[in-house]
Structure formats: structure tokens, C-alpha cells
Design a protein around this ligand. Structure first.
Ligand SMILES: C=C(O[C@@H]1C=C(C(=O)O)C=C[C@H]1O)C(=O)O
Length: 493
């Protein structure tokens, strides 16, 4: 079973021992229990072990056999980074407009007095140690419906087990919260058994090629939540408001309900999304029978050692059916005043938001094209150096919602969404990602996404509306964006 882990100093030292050395784990848990009793609080224990690289999709599938609870998937095929978690050592759940700040405080508190072990120096540098996975609702002030039950305003999960990998290293982190009166012998045995089961599952499944997703046996039925004509009227109304000077841009979203005879195949959907959108963040967060999942091209913010990277992504055109047509569409997008306008609101807003958090902000001179499978966007890379003491959660607090998903100026645009959109966005277009120690982490904007529950799914897509938007073109653009999840679920093959 040791083949699951690399032949690192730790395993060599403990050659022949179980995957995780029981005695060592027990000593750590005992130490945590003592600390818990002295300080009269729970103590976080986080242990990271090196592991041989595995396909994150396979790990996600194998995790299901562990019976540890909800799973979480996050991967970007292009840079070979992945985080796959299962279970909840603890969760930080927050509510209200202060949901991000409250989560940041709870995270700081949780880390205090923690015992963090890294059983090698050969580990993915940014994701080793305790890492929280989760996300935030787009807007806490819109009335919530049952649709998003289980997805609170803010949710950060410390998983029991986290598989994480970068381009050349992979590791497993085991997290636990220890109480003063915990039976640490029993806790130790449970962890050792869980890791043993995982190793076994991976070993037995490791040689099996990831099978092609089962073909759908029946029809996938789709229905607009708001009839197409009504949505286009909304767009026309928004254009009128903009021309009357109420605001300059608003992003209006629409939802589509999808149903089929059989349950949607979550693992297969993730695989199709990863294959079709290698540069996107492919994600899934499970709450019971529900999965919020998608393949978003939009990074909200990535922070590594104080350097943050973000982007303005707004302005869209279809891909051409020939190389020539594709180039033409791209050139027209780059020259389009309408698209440049809606893009520039995003650039300006992000630059302003970062200027208070960062000692230096760098913005590319001009947007470039980001070409995805069926759509192309204007993209401006933006970077900055976080001032000491600031973390990624503060950046999220300031950046979200950017005018790429909200509007410009922010407040009147959000009011218009609340009044006119008639859609419970829930976590759609909210920040989703992970945060580690030292302020590192990465969050994306949860676009090209849907909430999947058994045989049903609700998919979302939105478009930036400006003074010269045409309702029909915006509707067509939203259809292109919806295709990501429709195809991901196995439809429109
Ligand atoms: C709102 C969405 O996408 C956003 C809106 C875009 C636009 O209006 O051109 C482009 C990219 C995203 O920032 C979505 O995919 O649902």
C-alpha cells in the first residue's frame, strides 16, 4: 500500500509502517488534547504527507467510497493544480453582507494554537497545511429561495482529507479538531483506517482508465425559468434605465432548468468540463444531494506570497466556424466600442479596489482575447503586491462583485439586479475557491455553472448590459455561456 505515497524521507524512515505512522499521529493528537485542555478550546491538527501524483478526477471518484461526507473539487487542467477534499473537520458558516470579513476572523481564530505538521519539505508549497474550501453567495440582500438550501451566505470547509497537487508535487492533508475530552486513541485509529481505505481504493482504481461517461439514455428537457421574451424585455428595460442615467452597466442573468430520466453523472460532468475547458477552473462543491459545479474562465483573485493576480473579463463574441471567421470575430471584439466600454468599467473598478490593499498595482495596457471552446472574451490581466498583513479574503471583500458580474456603479446596478432580475442567483457569480495559511489562496467567479440535484439541474448565465446592448444578441450570448454546463451534463453532444 505504500506505493500510494512517494518514497520520501518520512516513508523511508518508517519503511514498512502503515501509511500514516499510528504512534506519531497518536502523540500529535495527545499533544493537541493537552493543549485543548489547558486553553479550554478546540485545537486544529493538520498533517500533510507527500503522495504520488494522481488524476484529481480519480481521487474525487475514490473519495466517494470513503463515506466521509461531502466532496469538493477544484482543478485547472492547464496548470495541473488541483484540490480535492472530503468531509468536514469543521466549517465556518457566515451570514449577511459581512460574510467575507466574518469568515476571515473565524479563520484567524481557528488557526490560533494549531498544530501544523508537514512530513516532508517536498510538498506543494501553497496548499500544504490547513486549507479551507468554499465560497460565498453572490448577494446576501436578495431574498433566498429553497433552491439554494445548504448553501449559506458564506461557507468555508476544512475537509477531513485534502488531496492537493501542483505541477510537480502532490500531497494529502489530514485535518482534525481535537477537544479536551476526545478519545484520541479512537480518533487515531479512525484516521489510520481512513487513509488505509483511500490508499486501497486508489490502488485498486489506479490502473483503470477513467471510463468514458455513460451516454445519456433519455432526453434532457430544458426550460427557461423566465420565458426568453420576458428576459429580453428585461434587457430592453435595463437599456432604457442606462440611457436615462440610472447607471452605466448592469449584468442580467437568466436561469434554465434541466431534467432527465436518470441522475446526472457528477464525475462524468467534471471530466467533460476539464477536458473541454483546460484553462478554466473546474469546480464542484457538494451539500448533501446537491452539487454546485461549473467551469469558469474568470479568476477573481489568486494570492501567492503577497503577490496577487486578478483579471478583468468582460466583453464577449462567439468563436468562428472557420479560422478566418474566428479571427474576424476576435478583431471585431477588440475594436468594439460597446465591448471595450463594458470591459473598461471592470478594469477601472478592480484597479481602484486594489489600490488601497496593494503597495503596487500593475494593469496590462490593453485587453487581449481569451478564446474558450465556444466563446471569446476580452481579458486584461491585473497584478498587485498586497500590503503586509492583508489576505486574500480582504481582496475578495473589496473586489466582489466586479462590474463583470454586477455592474457599474456597483450599488445602483445591484439594486437593479435585486429589483428586476427575478432569479435567485445563490452562489452563481459569487466567489468560489480556497484559502490556505499565510494569506495564500485562489478564488474564481463561479460562472458557467449550475446547481445539480439528482435528475434536475438549474443552470445560470448572465450578460453585461450597456447603453447600446441589443436584447437578441445578449440572449444569444447567454445561450453560448449556458452551453458549457449543458454539454458538461451530457447534453447537446
Ligand atoms: C456573467 C457571465 O459572464 C461574465 C460576463 C461577460 C460579458 O458580459 O461579456 C463576460 C465574461 C464574464 O465576466 C456568465 O458567464 O454568466
Amino acid at each position: 500500500m505504500d506505493i500510494t505515497f512517494t518514497d520520501n524521507a518520512y516513508n523511508t524512515k518508517h519503511a514498512g509502517s502503515p501509511l500514516y505512522d499510528r504512534d506519531h499521529l497518536l502523540t500529535t493528537f495527545q499533544q493537541a488534547r493537552e493543549r485543548a485542555s489547558q486553553l479550554e478550546r478546540q485545537i486544529l491538527v493538520s498533517i500533510t504527507l507527500p503522495m504520488t501524483a494522481h488524476d484529481p478526477q480519480v481521487v474525487f471518484r475514490m473519495f466517494q467510497h470513503l463515506d466521509l461526507g461531502n466532496r469538493f473539487f477544484w482543478a485547472r487542467a492547464a496548470d495541473k493544480r488541483a484540490l480535492v477534499g472530503i468531509g468536514e473537520a469543521t466549517v465556518i458558516e457566515t451570514a449577511g453582507p459581512e460574510r467575507v470579513t466574518t469568515a476571515a476572523t473565524a479563520w484567524r481564530e481557528l488557526r490560533q494554537h494549531a498544530i501544523i505538521e508537514k512530513i516532508s519539505s517536498d510538498l506543494p508549497p501553497y496548499t500544504s497545511g490547513p486549507v479551507l474550501l468554499g465560497g460565498f453567495m453572490f448577494d446576501t440582500l436578495t431574498p433566498h429561495t429553497d433552491l439554494w438550501e445548504g448553501f449559506p451566505d458564506g461557507l468555508l470547509i476544512l475537509p477531513h482529507l485534502l488531496f492537493h497537487a501542483d505541477e510537480d508535487k502532490a500531497a494529502l492533508t489530514i485535518n482534525a479538531l481535537i477537544d479536551a475530552d476526545d478519545d484520541v486513541e479512537q480518533r487515531t485509529d479512525r484516521v489510520v483506517e481512513t487513509v488505509r481505505c483511500l490508499a486501497q481504493a486508489l490502488q485498486s482504481g489506479i490502473d483503470q482508465p477513467v471510463e468514458e461517461a455513460a451516454q445519456r439514455s433519455g432526453e434532457m428537457r430544458t426550460q427557461d425559468i423566465l420565458p426568453a421574451e420576458r428576459w429580453k424585455e428585461q434587457v430592453a428595460q435595463a437599456v432604457k434605465k442606462i440611457r436615462a442615467g440610472a447607471f452605466e452597466k448592469v449584468v442580467l442573468a437568466r436561469g434554465v432548468q434541466v431534467e432527465q430520466e436518470e441522475k446526472f453523472d457528477i464525475d462524468g460532468t467534471l471530466r467533460r468540463l476539464s477536458q473541454s475547458y483546460p484553462s478554466a477552473y473546474v469546480f464542484a462543491i457538494q451539500r448533501g444531494t446537491r452539487y454546485f459545479m461549473g467551469a469558469t474562465p474568470e479568476r477573481l483573485v489568486c494570492s501567492e506570497d503577497g503577490e496577487i493576480q486578478t483579471m478583468a473579463l468582460a466583453g464577449s463574441a462567439p468563436r468562428g466556424t472557420s479560422e478566418e471567421e474566428d479571427r474576424r470575430f476576435g478583431e471585431e471584439l477588440l475594436k468594439s466600442e460597446k465591448n471595450q466600454g463594458e470591459h473598461n468599467f471592470v478594469v477601472t473598478t478592480i484597479r481602484d479596489a486594489l489600490s488601497s490593499l496593494c503597495s503596487r498595482v500593475w494593469v496590462a495596457d490593453a485587453p487581449r482575447l481569451l478564446k474558450l471552446k465556444n466563446i471569446q472574451h476580452l481579458e486584461t490581466p491585473i497584478m498587485g503586491n498586497l500590503k503586509p498583513g492583508h489576505s486574500i479574503l480582504e481582496a475578495i471583500e473589496d473586489l466582489h462583485p466586479t462590474p463583470a458580474v454586477g455592474g457599474y456603479p456597483r450599488l445602483p446596478a445591484l439594486d437593479a439586479i435585486r429589483e428586476d432580475e427575478q432569479l435567485d442567483r445563490g452562489w452563481y457569480a459569487g466567489p468560489i475557491g480556497w484559502i490556505g495559511t499565510g494569506g495564500n489562496g485562489e478564488f474564481a467567479v463561479a460562472l458557467r455553472s449550475g446547481l445539480v440535484d439528482g435528475k434536475r439541474a438549474t443552470l445560470f448565465a448572465g450578460c453585461g448590459i450597456v447603453a447600446d446592448s441589443d436584447p437578441e444578441s445578449e440572449y444569444q450570448e447567454s445561450c453560448l455561456k449556458l452551453q458549457v454546463m449543458l454539454r458538461g451534463l451530457g447534453g447537446e453532444l
